[in-house]
Design a protein around this ligand. Structure first.
Ligand code: 2P0
Length: 330
C-alpha cells in the first residue's frame, strides 16, 4: 500500500439521475448525462493506517460524523474487497467550497476517494472500472471520473459506468441562492419518489427517451436542442419530486425567478437554459460566447459564477497531500 492523493470535480446533469433499481449496488433506474465542471473541486488523500483498527476520516478538517463514517467505510470495504486487503486507512478530504454550500458534492467526493483509494491499494483499474467503483460510493460520482460531458449507462453491475460523449463547447452560469444544507438528502428523496409518486414509471421511461435525444443533440453539436431538453428534463424532475407523499419541493421563489429571467433572455434573443438539482440553486447552460452577458443579466438574483467543462478525476503528484487538521493550523 502507499499514500496517494486525487482530485475530482462535481458535475451538473443535463439528463438527471433520479431513482435506483438496485439500492445496494447503486444501479440507476435510467441513464443520465452530465458535464464535469472546472471548479468546486474536492482533494482527497488516502494513507495506510497500520496501527489503527478502523478507518479514520477527516472531512474539511473535522472528524466525519456517524452517517459519513458509515457511508465512507462501506465504500472502502468495496475497495478492500477488490484488493483482497483488510487494511484500514486514514482519509483526509478538502472541498474548495464549504461542505453543505450546495456545490460541494458527493460526486466530486466519491470520485476523488475512488481514484485515491484504488491507487493506494495498488488496484490497476481502467477508466470504466474506476467509474464503476466510484458509482458504489455515490451514483453521480461515476460521471465525475470522466472529463467534460459524460453519459452514465443504466447497465448492470458490471456495465453501469460513465464514459465520455462528444459535445459542443458549453459554459454554465451557476446562480447560488442558498448555501444552507438541503433539508432532505437526494438519496432519501429518491427513495420516497420511487415508493410514492404515481408518475415514477413514466419518469423512468421518458428519461431513457430524453437521454437518447440528448446524445444525438450532443453528437450533432446542436446547442439549442441540448438546451431545450436540459430545461424540460429538469422541470420534469422537479414536478416528479413534488408528486411524492409527503411532497418535497426543492425550488424556492428565487429559483423560479431565475427560470423566469432565463426565459426572458431567450425571448430577447440571448440563448440560455435553466436546470436545478435537489436544491434551490439554478445552473444556466449557455454558449461560451454568451456566458458573460448571461452572467451580467442574472446579476442580483444570486451569487454568480461562470464554469466550463473540467477534467476527470486525477491522481496528484507526491507532496500534494491534504494536511491533517493540526498540521493545517501550524
Ligand atoms: C443528478 N442528482 O443527476 C441528480 C439530479 C441530484 C439531482 O445525482 O444516492 O448524490 O449517492 O447515488 O449521486 C444526486 O444523487 O445519490 C444526483 P446517491 P447522488 O445529478
Amino acid at each position: 500500500m502507499r499514500t496517494t492523493t486525487a482530485r475530482a470535480y462535481p458535475n451538473i446533469a443535463l439528463i438527471k439521475y433520479w431513482g435506483k433499481r438496485d439500492e445496494s449496488r447503486i444501479l440507476p433506474a435510467a441513464g443520465s448525462l452530465s458535464m464535469t465542471l472546472d471548479a468546486f473541486e474536492t482533494t482527497t488523500t488516502v494513507v495506510p493506517n497500520p496501527d489503527g483498527d478502523a478507518d479514520s476520516l477527516e472531512l474539511d478538517g473535522q472528524p466525519a460524523d456517524e452517517e459519513q463514517t458509515r457511508r465512507i467505510a462501506a465504500f472502502l470495504d468495496h475497495v478492500r474487497a477488490l484488493a483482497g486487503s483488510e487494511q484500514p486507512v486514514i482519509v483526509r478530504s478538502r472541498n474548495s467550497v464549504p461542505t453543505g454550500a450546495g456545490l460541494a458534492s458527493s460526486a466530486s467526493g466519491f470520485a476523488a476517494l475512488a481514484t485515491a483509494a484504488a491507487s493506494a491499494f495498488e488496484l490497476d483499474l481502467d477508466a470504466r472500472a474506476l467509474s464503476r467503483l466510484a458509482r458504489l460510493g455515490s451514483g453521480s460520482a461515476c460521471r465525475s471520473v470522466v472529463p467534460g460531458v459524460a453519459v452514465w449507462h443504466a447497465g448492470d453491475d458490471e456495465t453501469s459506468c460513465a464514459e465520455p460523449v462528444d459535445a459542443p463547447d458549453m459554459r454554465m452560469v451557476v446562480v447560488t441562492v442558498d448555501r444552507s444544507r438541503k433539508p432532505v438528502s437526494s438519496r432519501a428523496a429518491m427513495r420516497l419518489t420511487a415508493a410514492t409518486s404515481p408518475f415514477y414509471e413514466a419518469w423512468v421511461s421518458s428519461t431513457e427517451e430524453s437521454l437518447a435525444a440528448m446524445i444525438d443533440a450532443c453528437e450533432e453539436g446542436d446547442f439549442t436542442r441540448i438546451g431545450e431538453i436540459t430545461e424540460s428534463h429538469a422541470l420534469r424532475m422537479h414536478a416528479l419530486i413534488q408528486s411524492t407523499t409527503p411532497p418535497i419541493r426543492f425550488l424556492r421563489p428565487q429559483s423560479v425567478a431565475i427560470f423566469d429571467a432565463v426565459e426572458k433572455l431567450r425571448e430577447n434573443g440571448l440563448e440560455a437554459y435553466s436546470t436545478a438539482d435537489a436544491g434551490p440553486n439554478v445552473v444556466v447552460l449557455v454558449r461560451p460566447e454568451n456566458a458573460e452577458a448571461v452572467a451580467e443579466a442574472l446579476d442580483g438574483l444570486g451569487e454568480i459564477r461562470i464554469v466550463g467543462p473540467g477534467p476527470g478525476a486525477q491522481l496528484l503528484p507526491e507532496g500534494s497531500e491534504v494536511p491533517a487538521a493540526e498540521e493545517g493550523l501550524s
